[in-house]
Write a protein that binds this ligand. Structure first.
Ligand code: LLP
Length: 424
């Protein structure tokens, strides 16, 4: 068992480190804002998943959107992981890493375009998760044109409620995702009529950052019933794609045991599908694998008082990590080299010209001075992935720590990079 996070103080008065590598040294070498990831931690989380599902034929299809960096994808590919993609761009990333990994790709998303579909057909992906009847029609047309077989699952909407932020909840009928489970049989019947379409699975995804395992079990149970019906209808359904969404605890004060959580999750899913023979379970975890493997390092530019309030102005902003601004998400923030003295209460904010540009409000932390380094924890998922050039700020550098080595996996963007696509 390893700690919930790979970022640990190496000793009394020693700086925070990733594995054995002190973060102040990394910040000095690569500059800030800087994302740092632990390869060991990511692989440990993958192993937890693999072990939890060992009794069940399965394939873990990492949700690329959580962190699409090539080095991360390569680590996972080398373990034989599959991938859940939502765009042609993500597929290009996978085949850049390993052409043959396309055979382990499932393609989700409500708005697949014809060129994206063509690319996926040519690459020979494992499964298209079809989200509408319109998409099914387009896929059938493209598959027949290219004379390529298209293995499909319908992504059904199971109408299961799961407690999470409303922006990342997807399993209710009022959401844009999937096909109403009550209509699914009819749509499968229609799908089976197309020459180049091969109904091979059923998929579901109820949302993200869901910490209770019951909704996953409930959704998988409904999908398992549908699989039974479809098999009676004569379809050869091999895959049940249970989606992603298993949450983590961002609050350090909340107890969190990833080892137990993933076992509970596996038990709920396996129990829900126990009646099905010969089924391969597909899983699409993103956050659970990569969030806690990463931190965002930022240097304090100024400490400023406005009346009663103290603001710590950091060199990272909402363009580098948007989760607090977008989802009111909590991230633990710790000084890399904590100072002694009375704790302060402050807002930790970025340089972007928006009041929403904050990482934490009224947060208690040790005294901080300009030049100090802060680590924003649990930033490995949906951190760099959602970074933008807002305020014409280059997107941050990424470093991967593996054993005693730290490797630059994405250099900092330059102004030339940012201007390259423009003309006057
Ligand atoms: N599969 C599908 C079809 C998805 O839409 C998603 C996430 C996943 C798998 C992976 O979910 P995960 O295991 O990572 O929870 N930006 C938000 C999260 C958006 C999730 C979108 N879909 C955040 O920062 O919290």
């Amino acid at each position: 068992m390893i700690p919930v996070r790979p970022f640990i103080y190496l000793g009394k008065n020693a700086p925070l480190a990733c594995g054995e590598i002190p973060l102040d040294a990394l910040a000095k070498k690569y500059g800030t804002p800087l994302y740092v990831y632990s390869a060991e931690h990511l692989l440990y989380r993958l192993r937890l998943f693999t072990e939890a599902f060992c009794e069940q034929p399965h394939l873990i299809c990492y949700a690329v959107k959580a962190n699409p960096s090539l080095a991360i994808l390569r680590l996972l590919d080398r373990q034989g992981a599959g991938f859940d993609i939502v765009s042609g761009g993500e597929l290009e990333r996978i085949v850049t890493v390993n052409k043959s990994a396309a055979a382990r790709v499932v393609f989700s998303g409500v708005g697949k375009t014809a060129p994206e579909i063509d690319l996926a057909l040519r690459c020979g992906i494992l499964l298209f998760n079809v989200e509408s009847e319109g998409e099914l029609e387009l896929l059938a047309e493209r598959a027949s044109k290219l004379r390529k077989n298209a293995p499909i699952a319908l992504r059904v909407n199971p109408d299961v409620f799961a407690e999470t932020h409303p922006y990342i909840s997807t399993g209710l009928r009022e959401h844009k995702f999937g096909i109403d489970i009550r209509r699914a049989r009819a749509v499968y019947r229609n799908a089976a009529g197309y020459k180049w379409i091969e109904p091979a699975g059923v998929s579901v995804h109820i949302g993200s950052q869901i910490r209770s395992v019951e909704p996953f079990g409930a959704a998988a149970g409904r999908v398992a019933d549908l699989v039974t019906q479809l098999r009676k209808d004569g379809l050869s359904i091999k895959y049940l794609d249970a989606g992603g969404g298993l949450g983590i605890e961002y609050h350090a004060a909340q107890p969190f045991k990833p080892e137990e959580k993933v076992l509970q999750y596996a038990a709920a899913l396996i129990q829900a599908i126990r009646k099905l023979d010969d089924i391969t379970l597909l899983l699409e975890p993103g956050r659970f694998l990569v969030a806690q493997a990463g931190a965002l390092l930022t240097r304090v530019l100024y400490v400023k008082k406005n009346g009663e309030k103290t603001f710590i102005i950091a060199d990272a902003g909402m363009n580098d990590l948007i989760r607090p601004a977008l989802y009111q998400a909590h991230h633990e923030i710790v000084p890399v080299s904590p100072r002694k003295g009375r704790k302060i209460t402050a807002d930790i904010v970025g340089p972007v010209c928006e009041t929403g540009d904050f990482f934490a409000r009224d947060r208690e932390l040790p005294p901080v001075r300009p030049g100090d380094l802060l680590a924003i924890l649990d930033a490995g998922a949906y951190g760099h992935a959602l970074a933008s050039n807002y305020n014409s700020r280059p997107r941050p550098t990424e470093v991967l720590v593996q054993g005693k080595r730290a490797r630059l996996i994405r250099r900092r963007e330059t102004t030339a990079d940012m201007l390259a696509t423009e003309s006057m």
